[in-house]
Design a binder for this molecule. Structure first.
Ligand code: NAI
Ligand code: MG
Length: 504
C-alpha cells in the first residue's frame, strides 16, 4: 500500500450551500414545521474524513418523540393521507422524488461530508436509488387492493364476502448510517404508498441528508404530520419511539443485536415489526471462473462503502485451484481503485469509516484475527490521518471458529478461504447465524442453480454481488432479519387485511 502515503488525506473545502446548511439551528421536523426540542440537548456532527466537528443535531427528548408520534397519530386517524385518492398520493410521492433529483448535488455532498462515502458514489448510487425507491413504490399506491372470495363452508349466495387492504397505521422507522438517505427513502416509500404516517429517526452519526429531505417533504405537498423526522441517540430517542404505545409498526435496519432488542420492545403492544439486520455474505468462486476478473469483483463486493454494507462480500471462498490468483486479482484492484481518500476528493472510490467507534471496532477485529493466527495477504493497517481511514484488507489462513470469520466486521476486511468441492463450500457458506446475501461465480449453469438452491440466504447473486432493484424483494434468512423490503412484499409489509362477511 505504498500509494497510500502519496495521497493527501486532507478533506476538501465544502460548498457555500453545505456550509450554510451546517450552520442551521438544530431542530426537529414535526407536523410539516421545524420545531425546537423541549430540552437543549444536542449530538455533535462529525466529518469522518477529517474527524472535525462540523455541526449539531437535536438529541430528541421523550417529550419531542411524544409530539412527533402525536402528529403522526392525528394525521393517520383523521384519514388526511390514507383517505386521499391514491393517484394524488402517488403524485405527491413522485414530487418528493423530483425534488430529491433536483437537489441531488447538494444531497450527495452532505452525504459525503456526514458519512464519509465518496461524493461521486452518493451521486451515482445513493441518490438515484433513493429516487428509484420512491418512484417504484409511488406506483403501488393505487395498485394494491383486496378481492372477492367464495367461502368454503357456506353455499354460494349465502354471504357476500370480500377483503380490503388497509394501512397498518403509525410507523416508527429507524435507519442506520451506512446509506442514510437511500435507507430513509427505502423505508418512507412503501409506508407512504400504503397510506401510513410515520416518524423516522436517522442514525445519530448521519442525520444531515434526512433533515434536508424534511425541507423537500414540506415542499412536495404532504399533509402535515404524515412524515415526521426526529434526530437523536438510539438508546434514548430510538428506544422510546419503539416502545411508544401509539406506534403500530416498527421498521428497523441496523445491527442484529439492536434488532433483537427492538423485537422484544415492540412486543408489549404487539407492534408489527420488520427487521433488516447484519450479514456475513459469502462470495463463492468456482474453479472455472476467470480469477483476475472475479478478483476485481470480489474486491468491489467488500471494499465499496468501506465495507459498511449489510450485504458486503465479507467471506471469500475460492476453489483451491485458483485461490492464489483470485487474491492477486483483489490485491491489484485494491491498489488501483480502493485506496482510501477523503469523501470530497473527486478521485475517491472509498472513503473513511463513519466514526472512531467503527474504526476501533474494525481495527480491533483485524488485530483479533492476527492474534488468532490469521495472516494479512494485504492491507491490515490504517494510513496516518485524523480521519477514520482503514486500508482494504484481506485475511488468509483463517479458521471457521475465528471471530473474523463468524462476526460482522462492517469494514473493508474480507476473510478468504479455499474449498475443494461443492458440498464443502455449501456447508461452509451456510455455517453462519446470518443469511442475507451470497454470490456464486461460475459459467456452469448447472453448478450455479444447484448451489443457489443450497444457500440459506434471502438473496443469491450469480456472477454479480449486491445488485439491488426497487422491484425485487430484499431481506434476510436466519438472524439477518424478518420480512422483506422492496418489491410487492415491501408494500405489503405496511398493509393489513380486513375481511368483510355480509350475510345475504
Ligand atoms: P445500531 O444497530 O446500534 O444502530 C442503527 C440504528 O438504530 C441507529 O439509527 C440507532 O440510533 C438506532 N438504535 C440504536 N439503539 C437503539 C435502540 N435501543 N432502540 C431503537 N433504536 C436504536 O448500529 P451501530 O451501533 O451504529 O453499529 C454497530 C454495528 O451494527 C456495526 O458495526 C454493524 O456491524 C452493524 N450495522 C449493520 C447495519 C446494516 O445495514 N445491517 C447498519 C448499521 C450497523
Ligand atoms: Mg449501537
Amino acid at each position: 500500500m505504498n500509494q497510500a502515503t502519496a495521497i493527501s488525506l486532507e478533506q476538501h473545502a465544502y460548498s457555500a450551500e453545505a456550509t450554510a446548511f451546517l450552520a442551521r439551528k438544530p431542530q426537529l421536523f414535526i407536523g410539516n414545521q421545524w420545531v425546537d426540542s423541549s430540552h437543549g440537548k444536542t449530538v455533535v456532527v462529525e466529518d469522518p474524513s477529517s474527524a472535525r466537528t462540523i455541526g449539531q443535531i437535536v438529541d430528541a427528548s421523550a417529550a419531542d418523540i411524544d409530539r412527533a408520534v402525536a402528529a403522526a397519530r392525528e394525521a393517520f386517524d383523521d384519514g388526511r393521507w390514507s383517505g386521499m385518492a391514491p393517484n394524488k398520493r402517488e403524485r405527491i410521492i413522485n414530487k418528493l422524488a423530483d425534488l430529491i433529483e433536483a437537489n441531488a448535488a447538494e444531497l450527495a455532498e452532505l452525504e459525503a461530508i456526514d458519512n464519509g462515502k465518496p461524493r461521486s458514489m452518493a451521486l451515482a448510487g445513493d441518490i438515484p436509488m433513493a429516487v428509484g425507491h420512491l418512484r417504484y413504490m409511488a406506483g403501488w399506491s393505487g395498485k394494491v387492493g383486496g378481492e372477492v372470495m367464495s367461502p368454503y363452508t357456506m353455499p354460494a349466495g349465502a354471504v357476500f364476502n370480500y377483503t380490503v387492504k388497509e394501512p397498518v397505521g403509525v410507523c416508527a422507522q429507524i435507519v442506520p448510517w451506512n446509506f442514510p438517505l437511500m435507507m430513509a427513502c427505502q423505508k418512507l416509500a412503501p409506508a407512504l404508498a400504503a397510506g401510513c404516517t410515520l416518524v423516522l429517526k436517522p442514525a445519530e452519526q448521519t442525520s444531515l441528508t434526512t433533515l434536508r429531505l424534511a425541507d423537500l417533504v414540506a415542499e412536495a405537498g404532504f399533509p402535515a404530520g404524515v412524515i415526521n423526522i426526529v434526530t437523536g441517540l438510539g438508546e434514548t430517542a430510538g428506544d422510546y419511539l419503539v416502545k411508544h404505545p401509539d406506534v403500530d409498526k416498527v421498521a428497523f435496519t441496523g445491527s442484529t443485536e439492536i434488532g433483537k432488542l427492538i423485537q422484544r420492545n415492540a412486543t408489549e403492544t404487539l407492534k408489527h415489526v420488520t427487521l433488516e439486520l447484519g450479514g456475513k455474505s459469502p462470495v463463492i468462486v468456482m474453479p472455472d471462473a476467470d480469477p483476475a476478473k472475479v478478483g476485481r469483483s470480489a474486491a468491489g463486493a467488500i471494499f465499496v462503502n468501506s465495507g459498511q454494507v449489510c450485504i458486503a462480500g465479507s467471506r471469500l471462498y475460492a476453489h483451491r485451484s485458483i485461490f492464489d490468483a483470485v487474491i492477486e486479482g483483489m490485491a491489484e484492484a485494491a491498489a488501483a481503485t480502493w485506496i482510501p481518500r477523503p469523501s470530497l476528493d473527486p478521485k475517491a472510490r472509498m472513503g473513511p469509516l463513519v466514526s472512531r467507534e467503527q474504526f476501533d471496532r474494525v481495527t480491533g477485529y483485524i488485530e483479533a484475527g492476527r492474534k488468532a493466527g490469521a495472516s494479512v495477504a494485504f492491507g491490515g493497517d490504517a494510513p496516518t490521518a485524523d480521519g477514520h481511514y482503514v486500508n482494504p484488507t484481506v485475511l488468509v489462513d483463517v479458521h471457521p471458529d475465528m471471530s473474523v470469520v463468524r462476526e460482522e466486521i462492517f469494514g473493508p476486511v474480507v476473510v478468504a478461504q479455499r474449498f475443494d468441492d461443492i458440498d464443502d463450500v455449501a456447508r461452509s457458506a451456510n455455517d453462519t447465524c446470518f443469511g442475507l446475501g451470497a454470490s456464486i461465480w461460475t459459467n456452469d449453469l448447472n453448478t450455479m442453480h444447484k448451489l443457489a438452491a443450497r444457500i440459506k440466504s434471502g438473496t443469491v447473486w450469480g456472477n454479480c454481488h449486491a445488485m439491488l432493484d426497487s422491484a425485487l424483494p430484499f431481506g434476510g434468512y436466519k438472524q439477518s432479519g424478518i420480512g422483506r423490503e422492496l418489491g410487492r412484499e415491501g408494500i405489503e409489509a405496511y398493509l393489513q387485511t380486513k375481511t368483510v362477511i355480509v350475510k345475504l
